[in-house]
Design a protein around this ligand. Sequence first.
Ligand code: SIN
Length: 202
Amino acid sequence: MAGECINAMSAELSNLNAPGAAAAGRCAVWLFAYGSLLFKIDFPFIERRAASVLHWQRRFWQGSHDHRGTPEAPGRVVTLVRQPGQRCEGVAYLVEPAVFAHLDHRERNGYSRVAEALHFDDAEAVEGVVYIADERNEAFLGPAPEAEIARHIARCSGPSGPNGDYLLGLAQALRELCAHDAHVFALERLLQQELSNAMAPA
Ligand code: SIN
């Protein structure tokens, strides 16, 4: 059932976050979450399972103009970057297609829906949907040394709160999943150093 729905939607998945693109069909769809969708769950779901996507890695390479920064001082948030042999761990939510109207709005700053195989821990795989912000979007910031990314995150804030809270919330959500991500945990350590340096008396 979910697979049929994915097929119905897949013609639209290559479109850039097209409004209403989720309206096809009435069956449920698996959504893969790897960033804020792991810890800020402001949408209804039917089922939630630990899952991974293959040949992708999570990177703080996307700029955030609307949640964790501003157009003048964009924050840094995660996207997925192709990396053969890598596995990105996260969560799959089974959602009603109507949920995508809300999510498209939430993820509008550069993310597009992409169809991708989601792998569950028991080796079962299903086709699902993932929001990815690739290098063609205007808010994309790209790679930088991790110490620089952590300093950037430490100083940014936006309508959804401090950029640091996004990183700390993500790291905590990954720990709760027993998921490992060297990039996220290195940035978490660097951010904590930045924050304690900022608190230290001059
Ligand atoms: C996601 O969480 O899956 C998408 C990226 C984000 O909203 O941080």
